[in-house]
Ligand binder design. Structure first.
Ligand SMILES: CC/C=C\C/C=C\C/C=C\CC/C=C/CC(=O)SCCNC(=O)CCNC(=O)[C@H](O)C(C)(C)COP(=O)(O)OP(=O)(O)OC[C@H]1O[C@@H](n2cnc3c(N)ncnc32)[C@H](O)[C@@H]1OP(=O)(O)O
Length: 282
């Protein structure tokens, strides 16, 4: 089943590349909604959790867009009501070591492809974005979140018995400041939209984030010369990305060593049971 309404008028090469990918991949779609502005839409029910294949697919689509010089703004969104992304697929954490390594490598690559995108990126969050869902948003240049109070955003890893990787913790510190990040990391705080706005975790609330993001893209961001936007991103992100590349292998080893500990595995299984029990109660 292909979800995509793929339309790239006058961009035949990109269409072909995307279609080739889309024939075997089903969780994201790409469409140009305005000249120069592309939607990347996540659709991996029930909650857009980032499995190995989903991370790889999202990365591949971003890489295709990166090569298309006619696209200068990416709007990242979900078409699952109430959900932006539930973060990493927790079931991946219980897989054998080789798969864990492949999984984490794909997640690292997704961070590189989104945080390192030369295009201007806007996260349109119509629903919750815990943990790595929050990472997707933090990797964008601008975050518009729904004002619906049911939605939550933050790094809740500590509640699963794990911790965010250092580079994700760093993104949080860069965005909300060290002290607020420190408190929210060990408490695993998930913020309601008004709270997220108050600490600077998101930039705007809107009842229709997609509409607002497109308006921002066209009426504001595209007025700033593209090369100036890209160069400004380089100024603020290059150092972090360079460090990340240097530490990438160590980060992978650290993840595998951490996640395969018996105590961590027990905790994660318990967390999955809690999620299932919550669902059964509904
Ligand atoms: C010095 C440093 C030291 C150590 C660090 C070293 C290395 C780093 C080590 C580890 C880092 C690991 C990083 C992790 C980042 C992550 O992203 S962890 C994932 C965290 N995510 C969550 O906690 C979200 C959990 N989900 C929810 O809260 C809710 O599901 C949500 C609000 C998203 C939606 O709620 P609702 O609409 O009510 O849906 P349900 O809860 O009913 O869920 C529907 C089904 O989806 C399943 N599900 C939900 N989330 C996940 C998930 N993240 N992964 C897999 N599956 C998920 C849920 O179980 C239901 O499944 P079912 O239909 O019952 O089969």
């Amino acid at each position: 089943m292909i979800r995509s309404a793929l339309s790239y008028p006058s961009k035949k090469n990109l269409v072909l590349q995307c279609l080739r990918r889309m024939s075997s991949l089903v969780s994201t779609s790409v469409s140009e909604v305005h000249p120069g502005v592309a939607h990347v839409t996540m659709h991996s029910p029930p909650v857009n959790s980032l499995s190995l294949s989903f991370c790889q697919e999202l990365s591949q689509n971003l890489q295709v867009i990166h090569k298309d010089k006619s696209i200068d703004i990416i709007l990242l969104q979900s078409d699952i009501p109430g959900i932006f992304s539930a973060g990493l697929d927790i079931k991946e954490f219980t897989q054998p070591k080789e798969r864990l390594m492949e999984f984490w490598t794909a997640f690292q690559q997704l961070y590189i492809d989104l945080y390192g995108a030369s295009q201007t990126t806007i996260a349109c969050m119509e629903g919750s974005a815990p943990a790595a869902g929050c990472m997707l948003a933090l990797s964008c240049d601008y975050r518009v979140m729904t004002s619906n109070t049911k939605a939550k955003i933050g790094l809740n890893e500590s509640l699963l018995g794990i911790a965010a990787p250092p580079w994700l913790a760093q993104q949080m510190m860069d965005t909300v400041g060290s002290r607020v990040a420190e408190l929210s990391l060990w408490r695993g705080t998930l913020y309601a939209p008004e709270q997220a706005l108050a600490i600077g975790l998101v930039d705007e609330l809107h009842e229709n984030p997609r509409e607002r993001a497109l308006e921002l893209a066209v009426a504001e961001f595209q007025k700033i010369p593209r090369q100036a936007r890209a160069a400004s991103k380089t100024l603020t992100r290059q150092k972090r990305l360079k460090h990340f590349h240097q530490e990438r292998q160590a980060d992978l080893e650290h993840f595998v060593n951490f996640i395969t500990q018996d105590a961590v595995q027990t905790q994660l299984r318990g967390y999955l049971q809690q999620l299932a029990a919550k669902k059964n109660k509904k």
